[in-house]
Design a protein around this ligand. Structure first.
Ligand SMILES: Nc1nc2c(ncn2[C@@H]2O[C@H](COP(=O)(O)OP(=O)(O)O)[C@@H](O)[C@H]2O)c(=O)[nH]1
Ligand SMILES: [Mg+2]
Length: 494
């Protein structure tokens, strides 16, 4: 069996129709297909025809097709107009008219379905144009109703943009407002048989004359056509050819701009798909919307949290649990807003052995005089202090201050040359060490040394209150003196 892409490249109309359907259905095969045929594209010339409904675009396209066929060119037509007769749901006369091309293998006409999602139509139209290009059509005409951004994006897909207006409806002003004016390469006042065609053409000319942004280059001409009779159509086609000739040098830049728009659109969409498929839990997007409408978080804040999770980074104080991709919300009494908190960066979690390390037992503070320092810790802060204790062999005196959680160990040197005396002499009084409470000090030492971290004390020794302690070498702990402490078990003697 021949591949769909091969049949398409051979110009098989059924393969073309099938390929465009895949694109419209956003089938996963569509991207692969576009990838396969893309190298064979870039030869067709894309003509965009836009304008308000009823301006006569379809009639004009029909005439252009006939004209192009006469000159031997093959034509693909994409009608992105919900009211287009090509969609089959239109006026009998139009349907009859289109049947003129129905038997012509040199013409392929396709109405693009409006699936209702913003931006989607522009994308599928651009991809359908790629299909027609690969299939070998010389000219591709894209008809679209010019009303909004979506249509402007569709017109951007074209190599030349023809903006169609009709006399006396004030459409030219509408066109300006919709931003269509800026993208027009050629203006067409269709229904030139009607009254007011001159006035409409003149008012467009005037707008163009007033446009300061208009540079040296191409000045959009204002053409007049009568699509029903075909008057002015060959002149329009000649103008399209002239534009094509004069824009040979700029066509590359225009197509590059189109590529940029496409790539940005695809990346934006893919990133959203990634977020919804792999970063956010099912239904979580809606929860964010609820929180934003409930004023719990602003859209930028929500976006920041989601972005950080998607990129696996933590910044601006938001903690992300990379293992579960979960962000947890905690309402605190002080802060009525939601604060994103998590269990912390996952890095250490994998290795944490909670049955070995139980938390901070105390923070050691080197002071010149334990009793004098209590003026602050007990007197000012009102914390309760234990009785002083002298630690033999270390020449230090310690007093533990109860903070309600971890304790503060105030340490004073009793003789010059003691470890605390040396510390104060070198670095001054202040934070000296952090003591981590462990259940089994031998197991804790084994855990640390197994990782190649040096111990000051290879074996535990007796500390204050009958505990067993051992210090980790500060050279391996980023300058922090870490004490491992196994408190004296209840009932155990000193
Ligand atoms: N009087 C007049 N009517 C036209 C002309 N061109 C198209 N029409 C009619 O205008 C109506 C809308 O045309 P259509 O091509 O469907 O417009 P579209 O919505 O822009 O595609 C149809 O009844 C056409 O026959 C024209 O040049 N003069
Ligand atoms: Mg139409």
């Amino acid at each position: 069996m021949m591949l769909l892409s091969d049949r398409l490249l051979a110009g098989d109309p059924r393969a073309i129709a099938r390929a465009i359907s895949l694109i419209e259905d956003e089938s996963p095969h569509a991207a692969a297909l576009v990838g396969r045929i893309y190298p064979s594209t870039g030869r067709a010339y894309l003509v965009g025809i836009t304008g308000p409904p009823g301006a006569g675009k379809s009639t004009l396209v029909d005439r252009l097709v006939a004209e192009l066929r006469r000159s031997g060119k093959t034509v693909g037509v994409l009608a992105v107009d919900p009211t287009s007769p090509f969609s089959g749901g239109a006026i009998l006369g139009d349907r009859v008219r289109m049947q003129a091309h129905a038997e012509d293998p040199g013409v392929f006409i396709r109405s693009m379905a409006t699936r209702g999602h913003l931006g989607g139509l522009a994308r599928t139209t651009a991809e359908a144009a790629i299909v027609l290009d690969a299939a070998g059509y010389d000219t591709i005409i894209i008809e679209t109703v010019g009303v909004g951004q979506d249509e402007v994006d569709i017109v951007r897909t074209a190599d030349v943009s023809v903006v169609t207006l009709v006399p006396g409806t004030g459409d030219e002003v509408q066109a300006l407002k919709a931003g269509i004016m800026e993208i027009a390469d050629i203006f067409v006042v269709n229904k030139a048989d009607r009254e007011g065609a001159d006035r409409t053409a003149a008012s467009i000319e005037m707008m163009l004359a007033l446009d300061d942004a208009m540079g040296e280059g191409w000045r959009p001409p204002v053409m007049r056509t009568e699509a029903t009779t075909g008057r002015g159509v060959s002149e329009l086609l000649a103008m399209i050819d002239r534009f094509r000739e004069q824009s040979v040098d700029t066509l590359g830049a225009r197509r590059r701009a189109r590529a940029e728009w496409r790539l940005r659109e695809i990346l934006g969409r893919r990133f959203m798909q990634h977020l919804e498929g792999h970063v956010l839990a099912p239904g979580e997007f809606g929860e964010w919307l609820d929180r934003i409408s409930g004023r719990e978080i602003d859209p930028y804040g929500a976006a920041a949290v989601v972005m950080e999770r998607a990129l696996g980074k933590t910044t601006s104080g938001v903690f992300v649990d990379e293992k579960t991709s979960g962000v947890f919300f905690e309402k605190s009494a002080k802060d009525s807003g939601n604060v994103a908190v998590g269990p912390g960066v996952a890095l250490g979690q994998a290795k944490k052995t909670p049955d070995v390390f139980l938390g901070i037992d105390h923070v050691g503070i080197a002071v010149a005089d334990v009793d004098a320092s209590l003026k602050f810790f007990a007197g000012v802060l009102g914390l309760a202090a234990d009785a002083p204790q002298d630690v033999q062999g270390q020449n230090t005196r310690v007093r533990f201050v109860d903070t309600g959680d971890a304790k503060l160990e105030l340490v004073e040197s009793l003789a010059p040359g003691s470890p605390i005396g040396n510390f104060i002499e070198k670095r001054g009084p202040g934070l000296h060490h952090v003591a981590l409470r462990v259940a089994d000090i031998h197991a804790a030492i084994a855990t640390v040394t197994a990782a190649g971290v040096r111990m000051i004390d290879q074996q535990p020794r007796r500390g204050a209150h009958g505990s067993l302690i051992a210090f980790v070498h500060p050279g391996d702990t980023h300058g922090v003196l870490v004490e491992l402490k196994q408190p004296r078990a209840k009932g155990e003697g000193r």
